[in-house]
Design a protein around this ligand. Structure first.
Ligand code: GTA
Length: 329
């Protein structure tokens, strides 16, 4: 947990950030208008649920598929963590109803004021079939991908079938989320934009999640990295850590900095999450720590072009189908 002074500083910063979040640019070209984003209208009142894609009592979230204004949409609802800085208000201002009492044990229903009881809602609209599959709970299979598998199976597939990178371009070109940028190095070769990941509501550092998106174009994933990219990777690690320390008072020893393989979006980006927060996709089968990636490339410049890599794929992922057809699974 960040120390209290750090937390207060973070809260002051957050106020500024929150104001920024409400300002959404209309030229973002990512379905934002279709989803009717505005601070006050409840666009979700028009959402008609057709299926629950997944839910988790432990994580307190639910993933829904449905229609919004005639378009396919995915909506994710998620209870947010209880913040330490509002505890006092929460305990004093809420109403409390006894559920049961037994000896020294009792449970209650606590009804908090609306501003202390928010639910984070994420909307993808229009959502493609690939989005629906991505958020659907399903069985996963571990795939073993040799360098040749990458060239013959994965690369042709991702060239045909990946998610649009429009949201990434919008960020790099300051057409969306410009007011959320935490740090930018504009250098075209080693530069990047660091900003809050859209999974993070920025209300508390406990589940801190930022993403660094590289300025150079055309680096798809870990597989494309060679020793030539070391200056870029070292720059992201160093300046990303410094920016997070400055803004959130969180030292490098509290950060998990990694790349996904396979990612969902094939424009190189690096995840910065708080150590101790089990961010989706931070498991060993998918996350590659950036300091390890750097060391591997220092030891063998072609490491990621030659090694066999393992990763999980969901049951109805088209890439899994390709591996099956090639009898590689
Ligand atoms: N700032 O517009 C965006 C944006 N988009 C479209 C994606 N990201 C964005 N960030 C900003 N603005 O961390 C973020 C994503 C992700 C990163 C891309 O960019 O949040 P990736 O290419 O490695 O893809 O990273 P990844 O990890 O598959 O994506 P994602 O969305 O994290 O999905 C992984 C799994 O996490 C999902 O299958 C789902 O099970 C779970 N998940 C996704 N979103 C949520 C959520 N809101 N709550 C809980 N679980 C979630």
């Amino acid at each position: 947990m960040a120390d209290l002074a750090g937390k207060r500083e973070f809260d002051r910063e957050k106020e500024g950030v929150d104001q920024g979040v409400k300002k959404i640019k209309s030229d973002s070209g990512n379905g934002a208008e279709a989803a009717g984003e505005s601070g006050s209208t409840n666009i979700l009142s028009a959402f008609q649920t057709s299926a629950v894609l997944g839910d988790s009592a432990r994580e307190k979230n639910i993933f829904l598929h449905g229609k919004m204004c005639g378009q396919d949409a995915v909506v994710i609802l998620e209870k947010t963590p209880i913040r330490e800085d509002v505890l006092e208000e929460l305990l004093r201002s809420s109403s409390l109803t006894l559920d049961m009492k037994n000896d020294i044990y009792s449970t209650y229903r606590l009804q908090a004021a609306p501003h202390l009881n928010e639910i984070k809602a994420t909307v993808v609209c229009p959502a493609t079939e690939k989005h629906v599959k991505k958020y659907q709970r399903q069985e996963s299979f571990l795939v073993e991908e040799t360098a040749e598998d990458y060239r013959c199976i994965t690369l042709p597939y991702i060239q045909r079938q990946s998610f649009s990178l429009q949201w990434v371009l919008n960020i790099l070109e300051k057409k969306a989320e410009a007011d959320r940028i935490v740090f930018e190095d504009p250098d075209p070769d080693v530069g990047f934009v660091l900003l809050p990941d859209f999974k993070w509501d920025q209300k508390q550092v406990e589940d801190l999640y930022l993403v660094a998106i590289v300025h150079p174009r055309g680096i798809r994933s870990l597989r494309d990295l060679t020793a030539a990219h070391l200056p870029l990777l070292q720059n992201i690690l160093q300046k990303g850590k410094e920016a997070i320390l400055r803004r959130y008072q969180l030292p490098a020893s509290k950060l998990r900095v990694y790349l996904h393989y396979q990612p969902s979006y094939y424009h190189l980006h690096v995840h910065f999450t708080r150590l101790g927060y089990e961010a989706p996709g931070c498991g060993v089968e998918r996350a590659h720590l950036l300091p390890d990636v750097i060391q591997n490339l220092q030891a063998r410049p072609e490491h990621y072009q030659t090694r066999t890599l393992h990763f999980p794929l969901r049951a109805d992922d088209g890439l899994l189908q390709q591996f099956r057809e090639a009898q590689r699974l």
